[in-house]
Design a protein around this ligand. Structure first.
Ligand SMILES: CC(C)(COP(=O)(O)OP(=O)(O)OC[C@H]1O[C@@H](n2cnc3c(N)ncnc32)[C@H](O)[C@@H]1OP(=O)(O)O)[C@@H](O)C(=O)NCCC(=O)NCCS
Length: 271
């Protein structure tokens, strides 16, 4: 099955407790008919288990950033909803079925992408995590993040990522990413990480991005000094840390991240 045919079979899903549904925006138009997977429905147990395996495959398992099951429940499902795209098992590529260890007799849907966003103390701002996709290079991660933000009705988002992570190319499609915390002390990969904030595009743009008809949100590039940042260069890391300490602002701007022969480079603006 080619990519276009595969895309035709993707179904948006929302996994949540029943009482959260009234707080989510699930009326997203004809092209995004969301399937709700209720936490209370025992028939969804295997789906949840696949979802957790999916997160572990994407984030290096239990010894790295793989989410314990209780975190999936306490931090993602209970306060909010897990959002993504899924495929009927018979449509899923063999590589995905193998990677997610799907039982031969499983007949349900396979989640092929996921995003979690839990509410924060700030109104309409979510803390996003666990963005991943097993159908790489087809815009699915971008569509997933957009879908999730539309479902939550979020206007802004905070999150953590790593300087070396090409997912920056996905996040930056939603707007200039303001770096809030350089190398947060509380992280599994503290030295490689930063905390960012995004002001999200309007709902309709998010919906267009969720269907794939828009690839980028509308974003204004902040004014300031352009900087090609090499995360392997400790002088640059020091300058970034100093700039933030002295209350300067730093944004990542599109395309955000680029592989280089030596490693990677990030596109920043210092304000
Ligand atoms: C990173 C990840 C989410 C991308 O998923 P995806 O579905 O391929 O993403 P998209 O198709 O929406 O890609 C959007 C952009 O990112 C780029 N991109 C994605 N993965 C890339 C990679 N490994 N190397 C270079 N560019 C990459 C795409 O080329 C595209 O950019 P372009 O069209 O400007 O070239 C996926 O590879 C993944 O699940 N990684 C493991 C988990 C992870 O690290 N998540 C990020 C947490 S912050």
């Amino acid at each position: 099955m080619n990519q276009e045919q595969l895309a035709d079979h993707l179904v948006p899903y929302v996994l949540a407790p029943r009482r959260n549904l009234e707080f989510l925006d699930l009326d997203l138009g004809d092209e995004l008919q969301v399937e709700t997977m209720l936490l209370e429905n025992e028939e969804n147990a295997e789906f949840c288990s696949i979802l957790n395996r999916s997160n572990h495959r994407a984030f290096g398992g239990r010894d790295d950033m793989g989410m314990p099951l209780w975190v999936l429940l306490d931090c993602a499902i209970l306060p909010s909803a897990v959002v993504g795209f899924m495929l009927p098992v018979e449509r899923a590529p063999d590589a995905v079925v193998d990677r997610l260890d799907i039982d031969d007799d499983y007949e349900g849907y396979i989640p092929v992408s996921e995003y979690c966003g839990c509410p924060t103390v700030e109104e309409d701002c979510v803390s996003g995590f666990s963005l991943h996709s097993h159908l790489v290079g087809q815009g699915i991660a971008t569509r997933t993040k957009a879908l999730a933000m539309a479902v939550y009705g979020a206007r802004s988002q905070i999150g953590v990522t790593q300087f070396y992570n090409p997912a920056i190319r996905v996040h930056v499609r939603f707007g200039a990413m303001e770096i809030l915390v350089h190398r947060p002390a509380v992280h599994t990969h503290s030295e490689d990480s930063f905390v960012y904030r995004l002001e999200l595009p309007p709902r309709q743009v998010l919906l267009n991005m969720a269907t794939g008809s828009d690839v980028f949100g509308q974003s204004t590039i902040p004014e300031g000094i352009r900087w090609e940042f090499d995360p392997d260069n400790e002088m640059m890391q020091g300058r970034l840390a100093r700039h933030l300490r002295e209350e300067g602002q730093v944004w990542l701007i599109p395309p955000g991240w680029r592989a280089t022969e030596e490693g990677c480079e990030l596109h920043m603006v210092l304000g």
